[in-house]
Write a protein that binds this ligand. Structure first.
Ligand code: MN
Length: 199
């Protein structure tokens, strides 16, 4: 099974000034492309060769896991951004209030967790099988599917995600990312009783 680059739901210059075309040309055009290319090379002749991406993320270890998870995570991350502000749907807002106390408390938890994650990694909003929401974070290519959680929103805190636009100011990048988030997509992933992600 050949893994492909996802299409972006916006042009590469449409997220500026919060995320520049130069950042997207490197982050999407070079970093993600490299993960996809490496994954396609690494799975040849292995049990992962014909496995869907989500299953590889759940089962693989080492370089296959790293490149599969980075492919999954970035596909999900880039799909979660919008050039125009997207208001948070009421149903999602109610769930966030229920599990975090307020939308602002959720924002502080997610962005605070992302800001203080040491080194490269990812922070996530996830749902468990009973629909309870929480924030998870981990190093490198961390993906919460491996722990049975349903990913709702991904925050990339590798330096390649923000160094062109924000240099070392990770919190400024995180504020911009909050503004770029397509809350409609986050809400849609939460709909239904099963994990509603696409891979
Ligand atoms: Mn990245």
């Amino acid at each position: 099974m050949k893994h492909n680059m996802p299409q972006l739901p916006y042009a590469q210059n449409e997220l500026a000034p919060r995320m520049s075309a130069e950042t997207l040309s490197y982050h999407y055009g070079k970093h993600l492309q490299t993960y996809v290319d490496n994954l396609n090379k690494l799975v040849v002749g292995t049990p992962y060769e014909d496995m869907p991406l989500g299953d590889i993320v759940r089962k693989a270890e080492g370089p296959v896991f790293n490149n599969a998870a980075q492919t999954w995570n970035h596909t999900f991350f880039f799909d979660s951004l919008s050039p125009a502000p997207v208001a948070m749907p009421g149903e999602l807002e109610r769930e966030l209030v229920k599990h975090f106390g307020s939308v602002n408390a959720f924002k502080e938890k997610l962005l605070g967790t992302a800001a203080t994650l040491f080194g490269s990694g990812w922070a996530w909003l996830v749902a468990d099988k009973d629909g309870r929401l929480s924030v998870k974070a981990g190093s490198n290519a961390y993906n919460p599917l491996r722990e049975g959680f349903c990913p709702l929103l991904a925050v990339d805190v590798w330096e390649h995600a923000y160094y062109i636009d924000y240099r070392n100011r990770r919190p400024d990048y995180l504020e911009a990312l909050w503004e770029l988030t397509d809350w409609q997509k986050v809400a849609r992933r939460l709909e239904g009783t099963e994990c509603n992600v696409y891979v």
